[in-house]
Design a protein around this ligand. Structure first.
Ligand SMILES: Cc1ncc(COP(=O)(O)O)c(C=O)c1O
Length: 366
């Protein structure tokens, strides 16, 4: 009796009812399983980070107090003043903080058809509308996106490179886009995979900040730096925007180990260079391997990031199940609107060798 009364009183906020709680998906299964499903760094993290963490563990009885040092180190790394930088509990948190700071229910969030799910989540959290623009092939179409901006559009998210397609938009396309966006609308360039991009026409978002005060860049330590488990990201934006993000954050939102790890990671650029070189080589190798299945209904999207989207002559779920049985965890892309595709993280040669032989078996099985 008492319980049913409580249920009656505890009404869930209406606009949150449609949100499906995020599920990280299956991992492992077998002890020798390799996880190629979340675009992490399969080389791990810098030995310098591991050493810093050993020391930092001795201090975890205290609240984190490295914010200033880390913000200063990131500002130096990026080439901006400290008031342009904000750290976050992963860049996921920064996306949520932007929604909390800037969105009202009558606003619209705009992004592309097949992209990172947290942009929609940001809109749903506030009860704002989420609109998507169509893509050209597997890439954002920024001209189509600009056409879709209305008075209610308050936040635009551009994943560059895009997850799950691995494509990028060029500097000239971004500048053309920014010139068409009203200054009342924030544009977020999500550069979670920027360290991996080797193309010279990739935008220098930081250089655009002085011209576009509505621009926000988010980056992460979860990918090339190999710190996904610690949750650390950062935003670069005008001091006004950074102030708003600081207003809505929790007091100690980034933990002490993450901060120490971030500081150590920035001190080891050689680790990043090596990781990026390995991914570059293995990405080429993976795409060349997939070329061998062209006449079997397999294609892939030319990627600039540490993962490859593969279109298949079967459902992504069937491919996932087959590979999972063989200890290889990939990402089925049905939830991204691609039921016949998987996304595979590019790892070290030994990981790709295992993926290649399991994929070969999969193709022989059909
Ligand atoms: C495009 C994009 N942005 C942001 C993130 C989230 O990164 P973080 O671990 O910093 O929250 C991811 C993670 O997969 C991503 O693919």
């Amino acid at each position: 009796m008492v319980q049913s009364q409580i249920i009656l009183v505890m009404k869930f906020k209406k606009h949150l009812e449609s949100i499906v709680p995020y599920s990280p998906g299956k991992s492992g299964g077998r002890s020798d399983a390799i996880k190629l499903s979340s675009n992490e760094n399969l080389a791990g993290c810098s030995p310098q980070v591991q050493a810093a963490l050993q020391t930092a563990v001795a201090h975890i009885a205290y609240y984190p107090n490295q914010t200033h040092a880390l913000v200063a180190a990131i500002a130096k790394h990026v080439g901006v003043s400290e008031d342009h930088v904000m750290v976050g509990n992963g860049s996921d948190e920064l996306i949520t903080l932007l929604a909390m700071g800037y969105l009202e229910p009558q606003h619209t969030v705009l992004s592309a058809e097949q992209t990172f799910s947290q942009y929609q989540f940001a809109a749903q959290l506030i009860g704002a509308r989420y609109a998507v623009s169509s893509m050209v092939g597997d890439s954002y179409d920024l001209d189509a996106m600009a056409d879709q901006i209305t008075d209610s559009t308050r936040l635009v998210f551009i994943a560059n490179p895009n997850n799950p397609t691995g494509t990028m938009v060029t500097e000239s396309a971004v500048i053309r886009f920014l010139n068409r966006v009203p200054s009342s609308c924030l544009v977020v360039l999500d550069e979670a995979y920027y360290e991996y991009v080797e193309r010279s026409d990739y935008p220098n978002g930081v250089a655009m900040l002085s011209q576009f005060s509505n621009l926000v860049i988010t980056r992460t330590f979860s990918k090339a730096y190999g710190l996904a488990g610690l949750r650390l990201g950062y935003a670069i934006a005008s001091p006004d925007i950074i102030r708003v993000l600081n207003v809505v954050k929790q007091p100690f939102h980034v933990n002490a180990l993450a901060m120490r790890a971030g500081l150590a990671a920035l001190g080891d650029p050689a680790f990043i260079r090596e990781s990026v070189a390995t991914v570059s080589e293995q990405r080429q190798r993976t795409m060349a391997f997939l070329d061998g299945f062209k006449n079997r209904g397999v294609s892939y999207t030319d990627s600039v990031a540490n993962f490859v989207l593969i279109d298949l002559p079967m459902t992504g779920q069937a491919a996932f199940d087959y590979l999972y049985q063989r200890g290889i965890v990939v990402r089925d892309l049905a939830s991204f609107g691609r039921p016949q595709a998987i996304r595979v993280t590019v790892g070290l040669p030994k990981h790709m060798d295992r993926f290649f032989s399991a994929f070969l078996e999969l193709m022989r099985s059909i």
